[in-house]
Design a protein around this ligand. Structure first.
Ligand code: BES
Ligand code: ZN
Length: 463
């Protein structure tokens, strides 16, 4: 296909794209909020509507025990490969609301960026796929590949219902490659392919004692304080080298070969830029590893939040009845989330004092995943990026997680191409999330070109 024609077509549609994306963004599809169930369904329906308008066929909502899955397909390219596109329409909560410069669900263009919850993660990127399809339909008589789409509304809470769906719908989802746009590029206008994601094991750690808060004058010093115990446990989860102290935590971590570490070291990186992106005071982490290694090839443990007792205005004198920490562990190959959660639980059993009750509640998990970078579908993505961005892409891993990547690979026997267009400083999960508009438009073009490349390079089904 004529690239100039595609590029001109996409550029001529910018206004329309922004209007339509704003409509999807307006729906408050926060999966973590149990009060937003209706919005989840509305969002799934709105996306189905856009899919149908784009020309995608057999669009269907699949009910689950949780939020609906959206499926659609366009299967007409007899001898050509089939691509399964995955994305998520759920978004993270928006608090603290007061930190947003404009309301989170009202898309607003400021400078080169579109600001809104979900603009980058992942409504904006999911939408790019719909527009790439539409552009190809409008410009081409024949679609270069067969396409299948599966969009979920529970990625941000661990994709609990997608996993069994993939396993029980292997025929429906059968494809030669999976393409996901839900990761970040290495920097502005730096084309990037991600070939590795970390896994995740999430849990809640609670320490409790009395049934209710007690007067600290009548009881303080004579019973154990759950907040003290929790703080003590949390302080014992890392050693002075920044390593996680849970016994056997590192047992299954695969040593990354030197060549790969050298590749990682060759990527442009400065502490100054990393500190600008994060707004943090200093870099920090496991001794013996660089920042990118700490993020990409090493497992980590973080407390996401900790609460207990009195945190209101003024002063109140109590011994809290309970204290809780939300703990997540990011995992790397070949760690298994189930085993890691068990190791954590036994460590807590071992160090918990007998003066309180300590419990671990497992929440969600996902496995780490790597993509074979020499696969023809990855090569096609690399060529598509080069054509649109004018430079060869960087190959990076990322520290985030997309829980079902490994399930797609295992259940369908296909590689997953991580072709994301976000940026590390786009504040996903935080106030003022935004999407760099040039990546938005160039991403649409890249996806369309990728499908052309997959077809014209004779990437036969079953490879
Ligand atoms: N889009 C992100 C994953 C991501 C983040 C990839 C950063 C690359 C870099 C995704 O929507 C996400 O945030 N996933 C959660 C999954 C978790 C809740 C199991 C994550 O990584 O925290
Ligand atoms: Zn995402």
């Amino acid at each position: 296909m004529d690239y100039m024609k595609l590029s001109a077509y996409v550029d001529s549609r910018k206004r329309e794209y922004l209007d339509e994306l704003s409509g999807i963004i307006r729906i408050e599809s926060v999966s973590a909020d149990p009060l937003k169930k209706k919005e989840m369904v509305r969002c799934a329906e709105a996306i189905s509507g856009l899919m149908r308008e784009a020309g995608i066929e057999n669009v269907e909502l699949f009910e689950t025990q949780g939020n609906p899955l959206v499926y659609g397909e366009y299967v007409h390219a007899d001898d050509n490969p089939t691509v399964l596109v995955y994305g998520h329409y759920d978004v993270q909560p928006v608090d603290p609301l007061s930190e947003w410069e404009t309301p989170p669900f009202e898309a607003a263009v400021r400078g080169d960026d579109l600001y809104a919850r979900g603009s980058s993660d992942d409504k904006g990127q999911l939408f790019m796929h719909l527009k790439a399809f539409e552009a190809l339909r409008k410009l081409n008589e024949n679609m270069p590949v067969n396409l299948k789409y599966i969009f979920e509304g529970e990625e941000e809470i661990g994709s609990i219902h997608l996993e069994p769906f993939i396993r029980s719908h292997k025929d429906l989802l059968k494809a030669d490659a999976v393409v996901i746009s839900d990761t970040a590029m290495y920097g502005r206008d730096i084309p990037t392919i991600c070939y590795g994601l970390r896994g995740m094991a999430y849990l809640e750690l609670s320490v409790s004692n009395s049934a209710i808060d007690l007067h600290s004058g009548s009881f303080g010093g004579a019973i154990e304080n759950p907040v003290h115990v929790l703080a003590d446990i949390v302080s014992r989860l890392h050693d002075k080298y920044g390593r996680v102290t849970v016994p056997h935590f590192y047992d299954d971590v695969v040593d990354v070969p030197n060549e790969e570490r050298e590749e990682i070291a060759r990527l442009p990186y400065t502490d100054a830029e990393f500190l600008r992106q994060s707004g943090a005071v200093a870099v920090y982490g496991e001794y013996g590893f660089t920042t990118n290694e700490r993020l990409w090839i090493r497992p980590t443990l973080d407390v996401n939040g900790i609460y207990g007792g009195f945190t209101g205005e003024g002063a109140k004198t109590i011994i809290p009845s309970k204290a809780t920490a939300k703990v997540s562990m990011r995992l790397v190959p070949d760690q298994k989330s189930e085993k890691i959660l068990e190791l954590f639980e036994s460590f807590i059993d071992q160090i918990a004092p007998p003066t309180v009750k300590v419990t671990v509640r497992k929440m969600h998990s996902g496995e780490p995943a790597l993509t074979p970078i020499d696969h023809p579908a990855v090569k096609a993505a690399s060529e598509a990026l080069e054509q649109v961005f004018g430079k060869k892409p960087y190959f990076i891993r990322e520290g985030g997680s997309i829980p079902e990547v490994l399930t797609f690979q295992e259940a369908l026997g296909t590689p997953v191409v991580l072709l994301g267009f976000g940026l590390p400083d786009e504040k996903s999960h935080a106030p003022n999330e935004h999407l760099y508009l040039r990546h938005f438009y160039d991403g649409i073009k890249t996806i369309a070109i990728l499908f052309e490349k997959l077809s014209s390079r004779g990437f036969a089904p079953g490879i």
